[in-house]
Design a protein. Structure first.
Length: 265
């Protein structure tokens, strides 16, 4: 049995994952974090009698119960502190929360390596995103110019999305994209060319009518390749990937980004 502590267990993504853990025979949810339902039994809130853990208001409180894997699924402003607290309590960590920066990841990586623990950060657990990332890396080896667009609902606070950040970071490992007119030589507002993130230009759309999507466009003279992922309104696409991450993170040391770190693609 892998003992799991789930931070954000009452949220849109976390509650679906909690139900997924309840159905698993090899995972047990021993602790949960959320402020508004603190001290209540998670199963009463989610109407899932197999979830007997009591909700704590903070990660520090929940980590008083020993766990093997801590899952971070709250908000960008608390994520890093929660992850560091979990590592200090000798738990491996799965990060689903978006909005952490490359500097945050460097700090987390250093602590995880020092403590010989694994951290798996997946900005997006959906299989179609894992494939988008992999196909984009293949394309970047052959096509030197690309830009990234991320689409999300109007009230998503962080931009660019974790999915776009992760994609840009991965493509930079292949190479930095070429650019014909340098951004600083843009005639007009530079913002029109998006943000430069891990060498890629990234454009974030925040509008009602979108849920979550990511697109990378590769351009060559007289030809273009677009690779795009779109998710619907439920959190179902993220459950299987997160369960896999929980099961496999214990085999890692240090921080790894992307679900394919534990997949045989
Ligand atoms: N990796 C992926 O595949 C994936 C998929 C979906 C979402 N996400 C990301 O996951 C994160 C959560 O998304 P969501 O849509 O599930 O958000 P949400 O519905 O707002 O849920 C957030 C959860 O975290 C808890 N929380 C928030 N702030 C907290 C704090 N300071 N201390 C303790 N608990 C806190 C909330 O409960 P209280 O408010 O009661 O504290 C709630 O349980 C976001 O960063 C989102 O972008 C990632």
């Amino acid at each position: 049995m892998i003992r799991v502590c789930l931070a954000g267990a009452t949220g849109w993504a976390g509650s679906e994952l909690a139900r997924g853990i309840a159905k698993s025979t090899d995972l047990t949810l021993v602790a949960a974090v959320a402020r508004r339902h603190a001290a209540e039994v998670l199963g009463d809130i989610l109407q899932e009698p197999r979830l007997g853990a009591r909700v704590s208001a903070s990660a520090a409180g929940a980590l008083a119960t020993p766990c093997d894997v801590f899952v971070e699924y709250t908000k960008p402003d608390t994520a890093k502190a929660n992850v560091l607290a979990a590592l200090e309590h000798d738990a491996h960590v799965v990060i689903g929360t978006s909005g952490l920066t490359d500097t945050d990841f460097d700090e987390i990586d250093a602590v995880a390596r020092r403590r010989n623990l694994g951290v798996l950060a997946c900005a997006n657990f959906a299989l179609t995103v894992v494939l988008l990332q992999r196909f984009a890396e293949m394309a970047a080896r052959l096509i030197p110019q690309w830009e990234i667009i991320d689409y999300a609902h109007d009230d998503k606070p962080d931009a660019p999305s974790g999915t776009a950040r992760e994609l840009a970071a991965r493509l930079e490992q292949v190479r930095a994209p070429a650019i014909t007119v340098p951004i600083e030589e843009t005639v007009g507002p530079r913002e029109a060319r998006g943000a430069t993130l891990s060498s890629s230009q990234v454009h974030s759309i925040r509008l009602p009518g979108f849920v979550i999507g990511a697109e990378v466009i590769f351009g060559m003279p007289d030809q273009r390749l677009t690779i795009r992922h779109d998710a619907g309104g439920s959190a179902v696409p993220y459950v299987d990937g997160a369960l896999l991450a929980i099961r496999r993170v214990g085999s890692l040391v240090g921080l790894h980004r992307g679900l394919d770190a534990v997949l045989n693609l």
